[in-house]
Structure formats: structure tokens, C-alpha cells
Write a new protein. Structure first.
Lengths: 201, 769
């Protein structure tokens, strides 16, 4: 379960980490964009590709809406994760049972304020490039518990926003994420707010 | 005789000194005072076993805003408690190994394993939901599946089973090797384990508390914001015992000083005080010594009630000493002769009262009875054999004021012109009785009678809110010939509990079958999975995700058993908690959390063989109710038994006259208390047994008095009443509801008995002494 959370937070956090290169995401600001996720699993005929869009409100949480190959709605808040297909809830996990999530929320907050020291606790952080074209590589410290940190590395690339993320698992399987069309807005739609609040119940 | 009595007292004294030297042990659990249910001794024994292991559980939550601080403080707490050698922490190894071991145990048997919800979905024909969920996990954000897992478990049903497993609670999760929860920005680590020792032993309680407080100080030194919540029977019992011990010493001191002051004030001389102290001391010592001989250890509440005996034990010496006010008697022998019939009858009736305690199967009351009977006999013997030898006092001359005061009470009951006033008083009393009878409410709920330390109760509630669990006290016992039968019966039960939970009757449950389904159910699950999920949906699903059907890794057709699971560390703890070793077959336990509608939960077991709902508090409450009614009958029996004893001296009508004020007082007290809104509990009936004995005692003294001597006799009764009110009346201040009830009933009882006692002397018909 921890791995799941970890990826969740990282795929959302870097979008805002990138922000930190220029300025922090202000309270009430909302980041929107599209994603394409390519999952490479050994032993499968082809990559598992999914596309869709996302909305991030730092105070409320993340909505990750997969459109292809079929509609999956994943809502992540400080209270937990809720996944649904065609409006029917298929998975609900309480954050209270997954303290690792709370840790990642702390991390998210730290990253938003540009405080990279919080990341140092969990990762070896390597930064390259300039604010226009930067790359950050995160690697777990030697001796980290593989259950709490089931990753080999996370590579983030971007400019004004996060553009690419590559997450490599311990067994070599990996997720490649490409982001596009990012924009900053000021408000969520009523349906989005409702979804984020509903997931918190 | 005096010498023989001295030898006996010395023997008892040596015994007591030896026992004190060895270290006295006190029992502190309220339940130990109460009677046992003898209907099903095997079940009772299993219940004791489980209740015992529940009472040894200790759970502490250590929280801080900073996760590292919280974890360090929780780990420090575990180490410190473990170092006290009183605490065995729950075995929790590194998270990765736990998960790996669980995975390795279940993986080969995955075909027969389904979570409750998934099984229900398949039964309801909702296989598509499971397929959609699997697809969303494979394609969606944060996918956790890899090829190996998908080949073995394409629909990811085993991870769903693990997620649904009833870990200690619904909130706690395993974070880096520690059970933790986050709540309102705080990270809480759970320190949980077993107490190595008797939670009701004072010694263990104080040692654990010392270790806990030291560890808490250390944790606060590490991080000043750390918060610590602790729960477990041992802490509650410890707080209760500390309160009882404090009460006992306060009570002993106050009632001792009060009685001494009373004696000094009334007699204005030291001799009566010293004589009374001697009688009390011998009485107390003998009571304690005999109880220890009989029982080995004493319950702290028995001790508390026994101590109140100071107030009764002093009566005999007071009656004796009051003779100093009587102008007629000059020598100690004459004084003794004068009071002898009164105190003998008083002793006999009081002993009859206490002896009725022995007729009821209450372990605690037997202790009280033994303590009291031995103490009273010893006080009596001391007065009879020793006091005349030690008494060098002439008559006391300053008593006219006191005697005039008691004469007033006599006048009220005897003067013919005051008859209308007497009638008026009796009418008022009848009114009180009727009004009280309308309002009297019995109370048997033991939960409302236990005085639990309020701050601990608040901590417990907060723990329950944060961690989602309480150290529950209700459970089902499942008895069967073998594990398979037990598991099947549990499954029937769990299916019903599932709907009870949806109806809000309880929050959660945990049974061996939650972890390991019966072989029958594993085969059903396998058929269900194949027939409803794999046959119609698997090929399409695999094609969609791009995994070749030929590559599937199908599990062998085997069944996972409880015995196999118990050998694997993460489940060994569950096995220890939820199975009870038993010579005749197997015993499983279904633990319950947050039961709010016990009747609905109890009903879930109806018709399932060998399954019993156990609610110790409710069971004890029922027993209390049954014995409350029995105790009322016992009071009537002892009142009837006293009549022939009294008739030997006063004749039948005289005996009834003596019994009248005593019976009136006994009946009036609970009715009058009801007017105050006090409930009528089993413990009130116990006090009423004493009220009856004491009231007869008072009445006998009044009945013994001839005209000239009446004020002196009543002064003796007044002093006896005052000293009893001082000692028992103080019990009303007790935190323990049981002791409070005894105190209130005794206080009101002895005052009423005193005021009514002269009724017995109004028309005395026997010969002169």
C-alpha cells in the first residue's frame, strides 16, 4: 500500500515542486493539466498506457481522471484515497491507516515552500540545470526499508512546470509520466470541490 | 478465663505479626467480591481465562506533531516498560518481513481466499466490479501490481483481502515497523503488549505505574509536546486501589480520632478511652488474623468494610463504660453483670446477621463476614474477660446533662400526653415510606457502580477516537470438537455480525475465521471465483491488460489451516489472542469492538452450536440483581431467626416488641434514601443486614433497662450509634459506589434505629435482674 501512496504523492508533488522554481503555489490556487502514463511491466506484451487530466488544489487534494483506456476517477485527499469507475466506488483507503501518506503531505507542504531539506530525510537529492530546464533525481538513502521506500529512483524534469517524471521500482518495472497543458487557475468547479470533499468523509 | 483469652489473643497476634512480616497481599478487583455463575462451569472457566488475558492487556498511544519524535518516544516507552520486566511488548518485526511472511503464507492458497466484501460481490453477481477494480489498479495512478502478482492473482483479490484484514483496529496501520495512526496533524505510535503479572495485585500495579511514569517523564524530556494516553485494566485497577487505600487510611484515622474524641468528651476520663481502644484493637487484630488464616489474602473492599467494624466493636466496651454513669453500680463486676444480657444478645443477633452473609455464595462477603464475626467475638470476649480486671474507675458524676438529654427521647416515646405527637411521627414515617416506595429504583448495572478514575476514562475515550479501538470486554466464545467445525460456526456468526455492523450494532469483530476461512469456505470461494469470475471474465481481462493466459500461475488445490497460520509470526499473535488451549476440543474467541446494541449482537449467536455471547459486565449485573432480591429474602430470614432467640428472654410478644423498631428502621432506610434519588443496590441490602442486627442490638438495650436506668442505657445506645455513624457514615464519601451505598444506608439506618429504639422498652414485662 505504501508504494501506491508514494507514487501518488510524487506524481502530484513534482508539478508543484517545479512551481517552486519560480514561485510557490499560493493558497487557493489550482493547477490543471493533462497526463500520459506509460507503465512498463516485465512479462507483458506492451506498455500499459493511460491518459487523462488532473486537478491539484494544495489545500484540498488531487483529482486524477483517467480517460483512456477507460474512465477511472481517483481522488486523493488528506483523508485517504477513493477510486471509482462510472461513479461506482471500487476502492476506499483511509489515510489514518497509512501514516506514510501524512508524511508525504508534510513533504508536499515542504516542497511548496521550497524547503528541500524535508526531502533530504528520505532521499539523496541531485539537482542539475537551470530554472528553465532543470532535472532532479531522488534516490532512497542506503538501507531504507524497502516496504516504506519501494523505489530505485525518481527522476523529475521540467521548466516552469513539471514536464516529465520517471519512477523506477526495485524490480526494474517503471512508470513514465508526461505532463502537458499545465495552467494555473483560481478555483475548482463545484463538481470538483464536491468530489474532493466527498472523498474526505 | 481471662488468661485463656490472653493466650488466644497472643496466638492470633503472633499469626498476624508473622503474616504482616511476610507481606500482606490484597485483592483489588471488584469482580472477585461477586458471586460466580455456576450454571456452566466450563464456560465460566473459559470466560475467566479470556477475561484474564484481556485484563492483562496494556495499550499506550504516544503522539507528537513530529513523526520522528512520536516514534522515538513510543520506542523509548516500549524499552522502558520492557526493562521493568512487567511488560511483554507485542511482537512486531520490521514491516517488510511481516508483509513478506504474510504474502508467502497466503499466496499458495490464494484461490480459496476472499475478503468478506469480495465474496459478497461474487454472491451478488457483481463480478464485473471486481474486474473493473483490477483494471483501475493495473492502469491507474499508483499501480502496485507487477507481472508475478498478476500471473498468480490476476484480479488482485489477495491484496484486497489483506487490506480488509481486521488488524488490531480499523485505524491503525503498520508504518515502518510500528503500528501507527495519524489524527489531526499528530502522529501516534502504539505501544501495546501483555502485563506479566496479576493486574489486580497492588505490588504489580505500583511497579508498573512507577515504570510508566518514569518513561513518560523521559519521553517529555525528549520532546515537550509529546502526548501520552494509556489504557488497560491494570491502570484502572491501580487507580481504584490507590483511591481505596487512601480512603482506608483517611477513614481509619478520622473514625479512630472521632471515636476517641467522643469517648473523651463524654467521660472526661482516660480509662474508658483506653478500655475502648483495647476492645477495638483486639477486635480488629483478631478479625484480620482470622481472615488471613481462612482466606490467605483479603480483598481491599472487604478490608474497608471490616475496618468500619471499629464502630460496632466499640459498642460492647461503650455499653460497659456507660455503666460508670449509673449511680447504682460501684464495682466493675456489677457493671459487667448489668450489661451482660444486653451485650450477649447484641452479639448473638449481630453474628446471626453477619452469618447470613455466609449463606450467599459471595466470596467477598464471606471475607467481610469472617472478619466481622471474629472481630466482634474478640471485642466481646475482651470486654467480658478483661475489662472488669482493668477497670479501676469509680462512678462518673458529670453525666446529668447527657442523661437528661436521653431522658427526653424516652419521654417522647413514653409520656402519655405525647401520644398524638407519636402518632404524628408515625404518620410522617408512613408517608415517607409510601412516597419512597413509589420512587424506589433498583440498580444492578455493575458498570454504573464501578468508580472508574474519570481522567482515565477520558483518556480511554480519546484513545478509542484516535486509534479506533478500545480494549473491549465483550466477546463470543466458540466451542467445537475441532478447528474446522469452530471456523464454520464462526463464519455463520460473522455473516450475521456483518449485517449487525451495517445496522450499527457494533463497530468491528475479529475471529480466527477472519484470518483463515474454514476448509469448506475455501472450497466454496474457489468454486465461486472460478464459476462467477474467471470463467466469464478472465480471458477478456487478460487480453485487455496484455498478459498471456498461458503464462498464468494457478495455485494448487490445497487448503490453508489455522495450525499452519499459527506458525507464522504475524498471525501467531492473533492465534494467541483468539484461541484458548482446551483439553476437550477447541475454543475460539470472537473479539468485538464498540458494541452499542448488545441485544442485537447477542442474538447473532442464536441457533449456532457451541457459540456463547459473553458480556461480563452484563452477566455480573444480572447476578447482582438476582442476589439483591435474594439478600432481601435473607434479611427477612434473619429477622425471623432472631425472634426465637429474643423470645427466650422476653417471651414471644416481648421479642416482637424488640423486633418492631429494628424492622421499622430496616424497612424505612431504603425507602427514605429513594426520596433522595439514591438507587437501591445489592450493596444497600448488605448494609441493611447490618442495620437490622444493630437496630436489634439497640432495642435490646432499651428493653433491658428498668425505669431508673433507662437514660443510662439510652446514653450507651447513643454512643454506640454515634461511633457507628462516625465510621460507617464516612463511607458515604467513598468513590466506590458500592462502599458509598453501604455508608449511606448504615448512616441513615443507625440514626433511625437509635431514634426508634425506645419503642422496645416502653412496656417491659420481664423479671427484674
Amino acid at each position: 500500500m505504501n508504494r501506491r501512496w508514494f507514487l501518488v504523492a510524487l506524481t502530484s508533488a513534482p508539478a508543484t515542486l517545479a512551481q517552486a522554481q519560480l514561485r510557490s503555489l499560493a493558497a487557493g490556487e489550482v493547477l490543471r493539466g493533462r497526463f500520459k502514463q506509460e507503465r512498463l511491466l516485465k512479462g507483458f506484451d506492451r506498455p500499459l498506457i493511460s491518459t487523462g487530466d488532473f486537478v491539484l488544489d494544495h489545500g484540498l487534494g488531487l483529482i486524477w481522471r483517467t480517460e483512456q483506456p477507460f474512465a477511472i476517477m481517483t481522488v486523493i485527499t488528506s483523508a485517504g484515497l477513493v477510486q471509482s469507475i462510472d461513479g461506482e466506488e471500487t476502492t476506499r483507503l483511509a489515510a489514518a491507516r497509512l501514516p506514510f501518506l501524512a508524511r508525504l503531505y508534510d513533504l508536499l507542504g515542504a516542497a511548496l515552500s521550497g524547503d528541500w531539506r524535508a526531502l533530504d530525510k528520505l532521499f539523496q537529492v541531485t539537482r542539475q540545470g537551470d530554472p528553465g530546464h532543470w532535472e532532479i533525481v531522488l534516490e532512497p538513502h542506503a538501507g531504507a526499508d524497502p516496504v516504506a521506500m519501494p523505489l530505485r529512483s525518481v527522476t523529475l524534469r521540467g521548466g516552469q512546470f513539471l514536464d516529465e517524471a520517471k519512477i523506477v521500482r526495485l524490480d526494474g518495472d517503471s512508470d513514465q509520466l508526461a505532463f502537458s497543458g499545465q495552467s494555473l487557475g483560481t478555483s475548482l468547479s463545484a463538481a470538483e470541490s464536491e468530489r474532493l470533499r466527498g472523498a474526505g468523509k | 478465663m481471662a488468661a485463656i483469652w490472653l493466650a488466644l489473643v497472643l496466638l492470633l497476634g503472633f499469626n498476624l505479626a508473622w503474616r504482616v512480616h511476610q507481606g500482606l497481599t490484597f485483592r483489588t478487583d471488584l469482580m472477585a467480591l461477586l458471586p460466580r455463575d455456576e450454571a456452566d462451569p466450563v464456560l465460566q472457566q473459559i470466560n475467566d481465562n479470556i477475561a484474564g488475558s484481556l485484563s492483562r492487556r496494556v495499550a499506550i498511544l504516544v503522539g507528537d506533531r513530529d513523526r520522528d519524535h512520536a516514534r522515538a518516544a513510543a520506542a523509548g516507552m516500549t524499552r522502558a516498560l520492557e526493562a521493568s520486566s512487567l511488560f511483554e511488548p507485542l511482537a512486531l518485526r520490521s514491516g517488510s518481513r511481516q508483509f513478506a511472511e504474510l504474502g508467502a503464507l497466503y499466496f499458495p492458497y490464494r484461490e480459496g481466499i476472499l475478503s468478506e466484501d469480495d465474496r459478497q460481490r461474487l454472491l451478488d453477481g457483481k463480478a464485473e466490479t471486481l474486474k473493473a477494480r483490477a483494471l483501475s489498479q493495473v492502469f491507474g495512478i499508483a499501480g502496485m501490481a507487477d507481472a508475478r502478482l498478476l500471473r498468480g492473482d490476476p484480479f488482485l483479490l489477495l491484496p484486497a483481502f489483506f487490506t480488509a484484514l481486521p488488524l488490531p483496529s480499523s485505524n491503525l496501520g503498520l508504518d515502518d515497523g510500528m503500528l501507527s495512526v495519524t489524527d489531526a496533524g499528530m502522529t501516534w505510535g502504539l505501544v501495546s503488549g501483555r502485563l506479566l503479572g496479576d493486574p489486580y495485585s497492588l505490588d504489580i500495579q505500583s511497579r508498573l505505574n512507577t515504570a510508566f511514569e518514569a518513561a513518560s517523564r523521559q519521553a517529555r524530556a525528549g520532546s515537550p509536546d509529546v502526548q501520552i494516553l494509556h489504557g488497560g485494566a491494570v491502570f484502572f485497577a491501580g487507580a481504584g486501589a490507590t483511591a481505596a487505600l487512601e480512603e482506608m487510611s483517611t477513614l481509619g484515622i478520622v473514625s479512630g480520632i472521632g471515636t476517641m474524641a467522643l469517648v473523651l468528651l463524654v467521660f472526661r476520663a482516660l480509662t474508658p478511652l483506653l478500655l475502648s481502644l483495647l476492645a477495638i484493637g483486639v477486635g480488629m487484630g483478631a478479625g484480620l488474623s482470622v481472615s488471613l488464616l481462612l482466606f490467605g489474602d483479603l480483598h481491599i473492599l472487604a478490608m474497608l468494610l471490616g475496618l468500619s467494624l471499629i464502630g460496632i466493636a466499640v459498642d460492647y466496651s461503650l455499653y460497659y463504660c456507660v455503666e460508670m454513669f449509673s449511680p447504682g453500680q460501684r464495682t466493675p463486676r456489677e457493671r459487667l453483670t448489668r450489661v451482660m444480657p444486653g451485650i450477649t444478645l447484641g452479639l448473638v443477633t449481630t453474628v446471626v446477621g453477619y452469618a447470613t452473609f455466609l449463606l450467599a455464595p459471595f466470596p467477598g462477603l464471606r471475607q467481610v463476614a469472617a472478619f466481622s464475626v471474629a472481630g466482634l467475638i474478640a471485642s466481646f470476649a475482651t470486654v467480658v474477660f478483661w475489662l472488669p480486671l482493668l477497670d479501676r474507675r469509680g462512678p462518673v458524676r458529670h453525666g446529668s446533662g447527657l442523661l437528661a438529654a436521653t431522658a427526653l427521647l424516652w419521654r417522647f416515646w413514653e409520656a402519655s400526653k405525647l401520644r398524638p405527637a407519636r402518632v404524628a411521627v408515625l404518620i410522617v414515617l408512613a408517608g415517607v415510606a409510601i412516597a419512597g416506595a413509589c420512587r424506589i429504583t433498583p440498580l444492578d448495572d455493575v458498570r454504573r457502580m464501578q468508580s472508574l478514575a474519570p481522567d482515565l476514562v477520558a483518556e480511554q475515550a480519546r484513545m478509542q477516537h484516535i486509534a479506533g479501538f478500545a480494549i473491549g470486554t465483550q466477546f463470543f466464545v466458540v466451542r467445537a470438537a475441532d478447528d474446522e467445525t469452530a471456523l464454520r460456526n464462526e463464519e455463520t456468526l460473522l455473516d450475521r455480525l456483518r449485517s449487525a455492523r451495517r445496522a450499527g450494532a457494533l463497530r468491528g469483530y475479529r475471529a480466527p475465521a477472519s484470518f483463515i476461512p474454514s476448509a469448506k469456505r475455501q472450497r466454496e470461494n474457489r468454486a465461486l471465483r472460478q464459476g462467477r469470475l474467471e470463467t466469464p471474465l478472465l480471458a477478456g481481462y487478460l487480453a485487455r491488460i496484455g498478459l498471456q493466459a498461458a503464462e498464468r500461475d494457478v495455485a494448487p488445490d490445497d487448503v490453508l489451516t489455522l495450525a499452519m497460520a499459527a506458525k507464522v509470526e504475524p498471525l501467531a499473535e492473533m492465534s494467541r489472542e483468539l484461541t484458548v488451549p482446551n483439553a476437550n476440543g477447541v475454543v475460539h474467541v470472537v473479539m468485538l469492538d464498540g458494541v452499542s446494541q448488545p441485544d442485537l449482537v447477542r442474538a447473532a449467536a442464536i441457533g449456532i452450536d457451541g457459540v456463547n455471547f459473553v458480556d461480563p459486565a452484563a452477566d455480573f449485573s444480572r447476578l447482582l440483581g438476582r442476589y439483591r432480591r435474594r439478600a432481601v429474602a435473607l434479611i427477612a430470614v434473619s429477622a425471623v431467626l432472631m425472634v426465637p432467640l429474643l423470645a427466650l428472654r422476653y417471651g414471644v410478644s416481648g421479642a416482637i416488641r424488640v423486633m418492631l423498631p429494628a424492622v421499622l428502621a430496616t424497612a424505612l432506610v431504603p425507602l427514605a434514601k429513594a426520596l433522595w434519588g439514591e438507587p437501591f443496590t445489592f450493596f444497600d441490602t448488605i448494609a441493611l443486614v447490618l442495620v437490622l442486627s444493630i437496630a436489634v442490638d439497640y432495642a435490646v438495650f432499651c428493653a433491658e433497662a428498668d425505669a431508673a436506668y433507662k437514660p443510662v442505657a439510652l446514653l450507651g445506645v447513643w454512643m454506640a450509634m454515634a461511633s457507628t455513624a462516625l465510621s460507617f457514615g464516612l463511607l458515604i464519601r467513598s468513590q466506590a459506589a458500592a462502599v458509598h451505598a453501604v455508608g449511606g444506608t448504615m448512616l441513615l439506618g443507625v440514626i433511625t434505629a437509635f431514634l426508634l429504639a425506645p419503642m422496645a422498652g416502653t412496656h417491659r414485662v420481664t423479671k427484674d435482674d
